[in-house]
Design a protein around this ligand. Structure first.
Ligand SMILES: C[S@@+](CC[C@H](N)C(=O)[O-])C[C@H]1O[C@@H](n2cnc3c(N)ncnc32)[C@H](O)[C@@H]1O
Length: 381
């Protein structure tokens, strides 16, 4: 049995050097290896790179299983591989291999030849709380995959190669199915963030919250449910605004939200609290600064106004691992100048716009919340 089959790290002969540690760790202890974080897990450099390549096939299988409806089919009943193959119109011999992979990776369990969902698998059904079904469907869409596959060209050209010449939001406006999944993907990941933002202790002065690029309105809905004296404004692209109306109706919030179908660069509505959640990383510095400047001007007339920026942020110290480097690569691949920033970078751009970050706290999913207020003395400094 090989080391890979047993799950044990494979010692690399190249690592059998004089400074091999006596602990039996697979990697030599050299100064230059100290920032190599999988070393602590005993993973060899070879297996580390291999695991990244294996992840491509793993994601392909997961995406295929979600897209073929395997998780939905198993959500209410246990089925054999043949029954599943018939239900999702798949060749039985191929479906069986997908099921083997799902079983080996704990998405399904097997009893008397019948598959059933584990808790892990249930998280990929549409009805699951914080379902990742739509995230998988979006991430596996050819448009998304191609953008990442073209990164080598993007490095050279300095801007992404959008399919049909369209950048993501124009592309979404043209593709109803992808747009549906994207909006639900955003909605699903926004619930936990919405709860945390709604639980902030300072809503006493807030009468109106305006969520800019607020998607279907998941965060705003949490705030409005938690604070009955607050009314909401959602500013979104027209294609999303129409569905946001429906979402607020389903949430019994019809009379408490004004949905504005428009472009955030065309003007900012009046409000006491502004929210920008996962919007900044789609923008280059020029556009982000222009948006912050508009917000700063809108906030200037209201002493109590503040701006809440919810974003994933890069580590301030280089060399520290963070999932936000991967999201930054996606932004690089898809949006002209889109980027994930460190907290310091956000603070600098806020200051250029005449805003000052007064508080920072962690949100679910390793996101950060920066709260900023108008600080006119900073303009141009
Ligand atoms: C990454 S999503 C974040 C959605 C939501 N704020 C959240 O955190 O779940 C960015 C949102 O910004 C919206 N958006 C992008 N450009 C916009 C623009 N120019 N005007 C208004 N909304 C825009 C998109 O439609 C999308 O819903």
């Amino acid at each position: 049995m090989t080391a890979r089959q047993t799950g044990q790290p494979t010692p690399d002969p190249a690592d059998q050097t004089a400074d091999q540690p006596e602990t039996g760790s697979a990697l030599p202890v050299r100064e230059r290896d100290r920032t190599y974080f999988p070393r602590a897990w005993g993973i060899t450099p070879y297996d580390y790179v291999q695991s990244m390549m294996d992840a491509v096939a793993a994601f392909g299988l997961l995406h295929a299983a979600v897209k073929r409806g395997i998780f939905e089919l198993l959500s209410n009943e246990e089925l054999t591989a043949d029954e599943l193959a018939a239900a999702c119109n798949a060749k039985p011999s191929y479906l069986w291999r997908v099921m083997n992979w799902l079983h080996a990776n704990s998405f399904v369990a097997l009893r008397d030849d019948r598959y059933r969902l584990t808790d892990l698998g249930r998280g990929l059904t549409a009805a699951a709380e914080r379902s990742q079904r739509d995230a998988v469907l979006v991430t596996g869409h050819p448009y998304w995959l191609r953008a990442i596959g073209d990164l080598d060209q993007t490095f050279v050209r300095g801007y992404p190669l959008p399919e049909d010449g369209l950048f993501p939001y124009s592309h979404l406006a043209d593709d109803d199915e992808l747009s549906y999944h994207f909006n639900r993907f955003m909605l699903s990941r926004s619930h936990a963030i919405g709860v945390k933002i709604a639980n902030l202790d300072d809503y006493a002065h807030v009468r109106t919250v305006c969520d800019i690029g607020g998607g279907l309105g998941g965060i705003l809905a949490k705030i409005l449910h938690a604070h009955p004296h607050v009314t909401g404004v959602l500013l979104e692209r027209p294609e999303v605004a129409a569905d946001a109306h429906t979402y607020f109706s389903l949430q019994d919030l019809d009379g408490r939200v004004k949905v504005i179908a428009g472009d955030m660069f065309d003007g900012i509505p009046a409000a006491d609290r502004y929210l920008l959640s996962s919007v900044a990383h789609n923008l280059g510095d020029v556009n982000y600064l222009s948006l912050l400047t508009q917000l700063s001007q809108a906030m200037a007339a209201n002493d109590h106004a503040d701006l809440l920026i919810a974003e994933g942020m890069l580590p301030s110290a280089p060399g520290r691992p963070s999932r936000w480097y991967d999201i930054d690569a996606r932004m690089m691949a898809m949006f002209p100048d889109g980027r994930v920033r460190s907290e310091d970078e956000h603070r600098r751009l806020l200051e250029h716009a005449g805003l000052r970050a007064v508080r920072s706290l962690m949100l679910p999913d390793d996101q950060t919340l920066l709260i900023a207020q108008h600080a006119p003395a900073l303009i141009g400094s």
